[in-house]
Each structure stands twice: as structure tokens, then as C-alpha cells.
Write a protein that binds this ligand. Structure first.
Ligand code: FAD
Length: 567
């Protein structure tokens, strides 16, 4: 089997055998797509044999059999449906040619320009140069399906996503230039203050504390289009909505957040919310965390952290600290065996904060199980399975029985971004890390959790990204170069006990970037002041400042100083 990786989650090969399925499983593949009909050669395993072996290995097996010369639009649509975004997928045929052409045609269908698709494939060593001419009529049929859709709205600035990033950037734009013609596409009726989720899991906030009607947070004068974007058509400055209409724009801001990939852990979706399995990453389950914490008097409590990137990288630990602090105060901590099972190799990515956090790990007698990636949850038997690597680099599996399991789910770019021409190799919106302008489309910007910038994915990051995007987009309207530059700021208030927070604030490269002088607040140690900030002031900073375009700490001068931009 000759495997070629075409993007972070998608690979192709020639014909696979039953024995190859184990190798593909070990490489993290979750979905197999067969593009070869049965009976083409005597030595070819049948699809039924391969499907049975895949099922035994816990993989999904999909058949989209085609003959290269007769690939049609329906085949491409079936192939696109079979590719499960966010799950590592491997497609194969006799030589790999059918799979690579279907992959390329899927990209064209999703609006990616042919030269970009061909160049991307060439980087992986796959030649798709003849594809546009060979499948011209198929491509026409696939792309024309959007041309005929009606245009429901036309605006100057379109924002995709009305979460932290979308509302903050709309407010920032309007504060600078009132009267702008802005529309936000957002499907949800509710806006959530997600930084409050861990406080619900710790019994400090109620569920109702973190929700507001979306209509209440959308700035006055902004048109709310209550729908989901399904496709981007950047060549024609349009997006397609899930009601089969289109919206056109002059400039686009993309801030769709990220996808919590519950399906990447086998059995998790079936178990969550019962059997002691919970997660503060979903507000439906955060109250269950607190129920479990209060009822657990002895046993094993596991807190998991998947591979990066995740939003608020400190949140898995926050759940651990707030739970353990409660158990300590209830005098049952000695009867509870706490594990922090982290797929990564360190407690926290910025070393300056590790000593303070280690003191709490020791206080709570938590075991640090690094290199432990949760792959399976058996709710009824209360067993978690982790993929681990031993000291010799050998992959192994380890099962741990639990009474309480707090899961931070794996996270990835949303499907409609990953499958769009705006995505980078990893599926995220591809932007310049400083100007936040799209790397290929000069009238598009991105911010928040959905972009490929290497900052900590937090609302705190949005606080500096929103004015950066607003200033640069307005400069573009005025035919000027980008003026503002984002330094990668993000913050993570680690609630190490009730009443104390270690406030991590850092920029690109892990460079410390505190908002207040150390003599007022040194974030490298636990402080009561940071707890007051987290519990009381931050929600107000979010709603009353960031969402109203008040940006006292983020002037253009400050953004220039922090990043040494000189124009
Ligand atoms: P979101 O706020 O998630 O908004 C994305 C929006 O896009 C949503 O409203 C969604 O409905 C919309 N959308 C999705 N798909 C589509 C579509 N197809 N079309 C149109 N719209 C769409 N940050 C901190 O700063 N401090 C913290 O302490 C902190 N703690 C956290 C704890 C937890 C448990 C969690 C889950 C997050 C935490 N965060 C924290 C992270 C913070 O909430 C996010 O980084 C922030 O919300 C990102 O903003 P965003 O706009 O990118 O995404």
C-alpha cells in the first residue's frame, strides 16, 4: 500500500488488503472509502471482505465505486458525503487515481480555484493537471448548482458567526465608523459566554448566567441573517446558506468558532451525560460535572486533555482543580484517585506558569499521565481506553476504570470551513498571523477559534483580534495597507481553587504578555485579584466593553508597539 497524504485528515492509496486495515487504524484513520468496484482483478479483495475487517477494527467503511473516465457529478457528491470532516479518512482504488480525482473534484465543487487544488496536490506528489479539462462538464454541473440560487441579501461587510469574534468585530467596526452596512450570519438564538462553562462545572455559576438571547448581543444597526453558511464562493464574493439562498458581500469576516469532535472518541457520544461521564465543554453537561463532584466520596476521577489545538487549553485542568478543591474541603480527597490524562507531554504549554500549577497538582495528589490520548469510552462498564506511547516509542493501549470521567473532546475546524477554499492544509481559515487577512483572498479576514493562527484559542485573544481586523478592514476600504498587527495575545485564567486564579497571559511563541504590571497582579502565581477578575469583571469586560466596541487597552498605537509594525 502506497499512502499519500493530501491534507491533514485525508489520504489516498492504491488497493488495500485486509492486513492493511490494522496499519491504517494505527495511523489514526477512522473512515475508509473504496472507490473501486468489485471484480476488476482476480487478486482484488472484495468490498464485503474489507468492510467486515474494517467493522471489526472499529472503522467506518463506505463504498463510492467509480470508473475513472465516467466519473459524474453524483459520484462527486457521494464522495463528498462519505468524507467525514474532522475524522481521518483514507480513500483507495486500484492505483489511487480515482480517489485523487474525486478529492480534487470535491474541492472544485466546494469553490476552491483549480490552480490552488492542482498546486496542493502537486505538493503531495499527485498530478491533477489534466483534471479540469477531463471533467469540464462534471465541474460545470457541480458549480452551476450554486449559480442558480437566489440572492437574499447584499451587504458591504458580511460576518460569518455571531459568537465572541463576530459580535466583537461588528461592534469594533461600528464604533470606528458608524453607519457601516454590516450583516451577521448566525444560526443560533442564544449567545453563550463560554468562559463561564467551567464555573458551572465548579458550582460557582448557574447555567442561566452564561446565556443571552442572540438578538440582545447583535449591535444595533447590524442585520442578523438567522441561517448557517454551507459554502463559500470567494471568486464571486458570495456565501451559500442552508436555506439555499446566497448573500453577497464586498468584504467578508469569518469567525465560525471550532467543532467539538465528539465522534473522534469511540463510545463518547453514547456515554456522555450518564455513567459518570461529563464535559464542561458543552453547557448541557457542565451542571452534571458539578453533580458528580458533589456525589463522589471515593473512587477514581479522570480528567482528559486531547491533542492541541483546543479552545481554552487550561479548561481541562480548571475542571480538575475546582473538583479537587471541593473534595479537599469535604475531607474526601484522600479517598479519590485523580488522574490528569493529557495527550501532550506537559502540564501547560508556557513554562512560566508550570511551577504554580505543579503546587496544586501536588496539593491535590493528582497523577500526571502524559502521552495519554483518550480513544474509547465504555460508559456502562465505566472504563476509559487511552492510546499511549511507552519509553521505547511503542504504541500501547491502557484501560482505566473510573467513577467520574471529565472529557475535553478533540477539536477541529468546522466542516463547512474545512471543506472550503478558505481552509489551509489543517482545515482552518488561513490568515496572516499578524494582519489576520486571508492568505489568498484580500477582501477576507478571519479571527477567533476557527483560524490557523498559533495563539491560545480564547475570548481573550478575540479582544485583541477584533480591533486588529476592524482597523485593517477599514484601511482596506480607504485603499490603504494594513495598519494594525496582532501579537498573538491570549489568556487563560486557571481557577486553581475557589478564590484563587493563576492568570496566564501570553503572546505568540509563549512570550509573557501581562495586561497589568506585576506589582499589581503577577499571573505566575495564584491570586485572589485574578479570581475577582475571572468571576466578576471578565463577564462585564466581555459584554459591556468588547461587545460595545470599547477597547481601552487596544489602541492602534499599542498594537503597533507590541508588534513593531511600521507603516
Ligand atoms: P464562538 O464564540 O464559538 O462563536 C462561533 C459562532 O459561529 C457561534 O455562534 C456559532 O453558532 C456560529 N456558527 C457556527 N457554524 C456556523 C455556520 N455554518 N454559519 C454561520 N455561523 C456559524 N476563553 C477565555 O478567554 N477565557 C476563558 O476562561 C475561557 N474558558 C473557556 C472554557 C470552556 C469550557 C470553553 C468551551 C471555552 C472557553 N474559552 C475561554 C474560549 C472562548 O469561549 C472562545 O475562544 C471564543 O468563544 C471564541 O470565539 P469565536 O467567535 O471564534 O467562536
Amino acid at each position: 500500500m502506497q499512502t499519500i497524504k493530501l491534507d491533514q485528515d485525508f489520504s489516498i492509496s492504491d488497493q488495500i488488503t485486509v492486513a492493511d486495515i490494522q496499519t491504517l487504524k494505527e495511523a489514526g484513520i477512522k473512515v475508509l472509502i473504496s472507490n473501486r468496484p468489485d471484480g476488476e482483478a482476480n487478486d482484488q479483495p472484495t468490498n464485503a471482505e474489507l468492510a467486515a475487517a474494517a467493522r471489526d477494527a472499529g472503522l467506518t467503511y463506505q463504498e463510492v465505486p467509480v470508473v475513472l473516465d465516467t466519473i459524474n457529478a453524483a459520484n462527486v457528491r457521494d464522495f463528498a458525503k462519505a468524507c467525514k470532516a474532522g475524522l481521518k479518512t483514507h480513500a483507495f482504488c486500484r492505483s489511487g487515481a480515482r480517489s485523487s480525482n474525486l478529492y480534487g473534484l470535491k474541492k472544485l465543487m466546494q469553490g476552491e480555484p483549480a490552480d490552488v487544488v492542482i498546486a496542493g496536490a502537486a505538493t503531495a506528489g499527485v498530478n491533477l493537471t489534466t483534471m479540469p479539462a477531463k471533467f469540464a462538464s462534471v465541474i460545470k454541473e457541480l458549480t452551476e448548482s450554486f449559480t442558480s440560487l437566489p440572492l437574499q441579501h447584499n451587504c458591504s461587510i458580511l460576518i460569518v458567526g455571531g459568537g465572541a469574534g463576530g459580535i466583537a468585530v461588528a461592534a469594533s467596526l461600528l464604533k470606528r465608523r458608524p453607519g457601516l452596512d454590516i450583516a451577521i450570519v448566525e444560526p443560533s438564538d442564544e449567545h453563550h459566554y463560554q468562559p463561564g462553562y467551567t464555573m458551572i462545572g465548579g458550582g460557582i455559576f448557574k447555567s442561566t448566567d452564561v446565556v443571552k438571547p442572540e438578538a440582545q448581543v447583535i449591535p444595533k444597526g447590524v442585520t442578523w441573517i438567522k441561517a448557517s453558511v454551507t459554502h463559500f464562493l470567494p471568486e464571486s464574493n458570495q456565501v451559500v446558506l442552508d436555506d439555499d439562498t446566497k448573500v453577497s458581500y464586498e468584504r467578508l469576516v469569518v469567525c465560525p468558532g471550532l467543532k467539538l469532535n465528539w465522534d473522534a472518541v469511540s463510545g463518547l457520544r453514547e456515554s456522555i451525560g450518564k455513567y459518570g461521564v461529563t464535559s464542561n465543554y458543552d453547557p448541557r453537561y457542565a451542571p452534571y460535572t458539578w453533580e458528580l463532584v458533589q456525589s463522589l466520596k471515593s473512587g477514581t476521577a479522570i480528567f482528559t486533555q486531547p491533542p492541541m489545538p483546543i479552545k481554552c487549553a487550561g479548561a481541562p485542568q480548571k475542571a480538575l482543580y475546582l473538583s479537587a478543591d471541593y473534595w479537599l474541603k469535604q475531607a474526601c480527597l484522600d479517598s479519590i484517585d485523580i488522574h490528569f490524562c493529557n495527550a501532550g507531554p506537559v502540564l501547560f504549554g508556557v513554562k512560566d506558569y508550570v511551577p504554580a500549577l505543579m503546587q496544586y497538582i501536588e496539593r491535590y495528589k493528582a497523577k500526571l499521565d502524559f502521552g495519554h490520548n483518550l480513544i474509547k469510552v465504555d460508559g456502562p462498564n465505566q472504563t476509559a481506553t487511552f492510546a499511549t506511547t511507552d519509553a521505547n516509542g511503542q504504541s500501547k493501549q491502557r484501560e482505566i476504570k473510573f467513577d467520574m470521567l471529565h472529557v475535553c473532546p478533540p477539536q477541529c475546524a468546522p466542516d463547512f470551513i474545512r471543506n472550503s477554499p478558505l481552509a489551509d492544509f489543517g482545515g482552518w481559515v488561513s490568515v496572516d498571523p499578524k494582519t489576520l487577512q486571508h492568505t489568498r483572498y484580500s477582501n477576507i479576514w478571519g479571527l477567533g477559534d476557527g483560524t490557523n493562527t498559533p495563539n491560545a484559542k480564547t475570548a481573550a485573544a478575540v479582544r485583541k483580534q477584533a480591533p486588529t481586523v476592524a482597523m485593517n478592514l477599514l484601511a482596506d476600504i480607504d485603499n490603504k495597507n494594513a495598519v494594525a498587527s496582532y501579537n498573538g495575545y491570549g489568556a487563560c485564567p486557571l481557577t486553581v481553587e475557589r478564590g484563587k486564579v493563576v492568570l496566564a497571559e501570553f503572546a505568540y511563541g509563549g512570550k509573557l504578555d501581562p495586561s497589568l504590571p506585576n506589582w499589581i497582579l503577577d499571573g505566575r502565581g495564584p491570586t485572589s485579584l485574578a479570581w475577582i477578575l475571572k468571576k466578576t469583571l471578565m463577564p462585564s469586560l466581555y459584554y459591556d466593553f468588547m461587545f460595545k466596541g470599547h477597547e481601552p487597552l487596544v489602541t492602534l498605537e499599542k498594537l503597533k508597539q507590541e508588534t513593531a509594525i511600521n507603516n
